[in-house]
Each structure stands twice: as C-alpha cells, then as structure tokens.
Design a protein around this ligand. Structure first.
Ligand SMILES: [Zn+2]
Length: 114
C-alpha cells in the first residue's frame, strides 16, 4: 500500500511540474492531493520532491518562476514568492564531509611523498 502511495505522489508531483507553466493552480492542487495521500498513509513525501513545495502555504514551487534558491551561511534558502516564507535547509554535513575528504586526500599524498 505504501508503494502505491509513493508511486501516486511521484506521479502527482511530476504532473504538477509539467502543468506549472500553463496551469499554476492545477499544480498547487496536485501538491495538496499528494499531501493528502502522505497524511492518509502516514508516509513521507518522496525525497526528490520535498523541496519543490512550500512548507508554509503548500504551493508548488518552481525555481525562477515563483521561488528563488540562494546559498547562505551553510544553508540552502528557498524563498516562496507566494507567501514570502523562506525555507532553510542546512548543508553543513555535506560541507564537513567535503572538508574531511580533502584533508584525507592531502594526508595520503604526503604519506606517499615521504
Ligand atoms: Zn509559500
């Protein structure tokens, strides 16, 4: 049952993306339908679509059309132009991993030179 719910949410979000240029209201409706499914079956919205709707007004967000994405202070700031809410998603973990990989790379390089 959860698989079907996930599949339906994926379909709804991809339809929302397709319809956005012609019918923005229709894609907002698809997002609310997907949320209804996620609440009914107590499943999460698929990972790849989690950033494509507003957490405040639940409207579909299309970067450059009705939202803007900025990187600021280790966070991805997604601003919804429908309600002016800013969603902040930290990416410090990724940054830390990158730094660690770099240090490891130089350590190995140094060891090989000695
Ligand atoms: Zn919003």
């Amino acid at each position: 049952m959860i698989d079907i719910a996930n599949e339906r949410m994926n379909i709804l979000f991809s339809m929302a993306k397709k319809e956005f240029s012609n019918n923005p209201n229709r894609s907002h409706r698809y997002v609310s339908l997907a949320r209804k499914i996620s609440k009914k079956y107590n499943t999460k919205i698929p990972e790849n679509w989690r950033r494509s709707y507003c957490k405040n007004c639940y409207k579909f967000l299309n970067p450059s059309k009705n939202s803007s994405v900025r990187l600021f202070d280790g966070e991805v700031n997604i601003k919804c132009h429908e309600c002016n809410e800013v969603m902040k998603i930290p990416y410090k973990k990724e940054k830390k991993e990158k730094r660690r990989a770099k240090i490891e790379y130089y350590a190995i390089k140094k060891r090989n030179n000695e």
